[in-house]
Design a protein around this ligand. Sequence first.
Ligand code: GLA
Length: 390
Amino acid sequence: MALRAAADVKADFERRMGRPATVVARAPGRVNIIGEHTDYNEGFVFPMALEQCTWVAAAPRTDGQVRVVAAELNDEQQWPRGGWSKQGFPGWTNYVAGVETLVGALRPGAPGADVLIASDVPVGSGLSSSAALEVSTALAFAALGGVTLEGQPLADLARRAEHEYAHVPCGIMDQYVSVLARRAHAFLLDCRSRTWEHVPLQLGDAVVLVVNSGVRHALASGEYAVRQKQCQAAVAYFRQRNPAVRALRDVTSADVEAHRRQLESLVAARARHVTTEDERTRAAAAALRKGDLETLGRLLYASHESLRRDYEVSCPELDLLVDIVRGVPGAYGARMTGGGFGGCIVAIVKQTAVPAVTEAVRARYDAAGHGPSYAIVTQPGPGAALEFRA
Ligand code: GLA
């Protein structure tokens, strides 16, 4: 499937709005290679940006109105600048209006806008379409308002919009990688210090394959917040013994094992996932640096098992997809990626094995009535950017 370019979005804007766009911005979705449900525990994550982006074209309006067309959704909404109220608007508007309000507050008196949103990031697939939407619209509104917004402040504003307007208590991974990623590199982020490293994604004869289960996930469903509370319960337990413990980042898997019987069993299982996942994430970055794909692959399988058994955020469809990949010669490893409960798996497989994987998925997954699934081979794309300014 051909991906959009800035010229396509500009032309689409002009066709729909009857005048040229003055800014065009884009922000990528992401796939998390490893480091799941560790960001809000102040641990490590290791995602990469996708080549698939959400694009925003916009032009100022003098009447103070904000009119937004969401091309993929065939929807359109309008509200007075800074005057959005949740009543009556569908879900996607929360993100856009949240960003519009937050960026508008940086420069009172910013103009209204006509906005077109067009996206190549699949929605509800655990590939961070929401972060891509927040970051791309933030870049466009900032450019229209003459506000400089980039790097960490841009990622932080996007995340604030998700918390305060979409009411999803997400961690920092998605917005940070969407803003700060580098082409051909994975992004190792320390979610406590908020420092990062771009690690070259050199996979030799292998590729990153993302397989979408076709099961839509919804983070707002409440399970995400429940996991956060269980992690906090584990932190409270360890802090009583050591006041220096501020997050599960400060606890090792050996600590969890040693205290397993004193912890409530679900809390122990959640803490075991988070602490072992942090250890796996650092090991995975080290393995990638050495080009050791066997180890990287094993870590992916172990991550999936931990998410399935201890964190309980997988689902039968994701488990089946991982199993299918495991059975194909030339596959190094696979795991569910993103928040869970649906969405995608990420797999590292030999390029020559891609047809065998997609055939096995068709035969064992789609033919069994799941899906429809689809697979994309993807490479690490660059972080968000303003692509055009008149
Ligand atoms: C979602 C959240 C992220 C992260 C992942 C799980 O994508 O937005 O912050 O917590 O789930 O790793």
